[in-house]
Design a protein around this ligand. Sequence first.
Ligand code: UDP
Length: 208
Amino acid sequence: MTCLIGVYGASGCGRGIMPLLRTQYPQAELVFIDDGQAPACVNGHDIIHWASFLALKTTEKSVSIAIAAPMIRQRLAEKCAEANIPLIEARATSVVQMDAVVIKDGACLSPFVTLTSNIRIGRCFHANLYSYVEHDCTIGDFVTLAPGAKVNGNITIGDHAYIGAGAVLRQGITIGADAVIGMGAVVTRDVPPGVTVVGNPAKPLTKD
Ligand code: UDP
């Protein structure tokens, strides 16, 4: 039984993840951890700083990193590992998961997410409201799917990629590590690592 769960990030993402964990772990004590917000109480849960979370005397602690930005999640995951605090999965009861789906630790799976079959997903995956991952996809570590992102079959997504709200990825393509897919983009071709694409059909974002 997990006794104390810290939801890292008390902003929009965190406030969407906290109720999921409260349902999953009704006996646990749940707090927000936030380094940028003053200690306070939000939606019935205290906001405390990381140092205060570490100082709390509890035998079992775990953390859910509820921040959409992939690189911040990685940094905070390293901080948790250094403190020997495991990452816990937050999963809405409405999530549909089919056969042979392997997900590493620390995922946040929001309401109405669907993961079909034969999918491999790395650490600290975020799948926001109504996003889906179709069959035979391979997804790296610290990947974020914003609400309604559509990841069709046989797609590979590299570490830290961010797939924007409502974006559609064509079956079979590869999204490189650290790539950003703009909101509503229709992505029909591979996206190289670190590149941001927008539009329909999606094209690299150029600065004027
Ligand atoms: N934050 C933090 N530690 C960090 C980076 C961010 O506590 O190292 C907090 C930050 O203070 C903010 C939240 O995480 O309250 C991120 O909020 P934001 O609205 O940027 O992201 P979202 O909730 O949409 O993912």
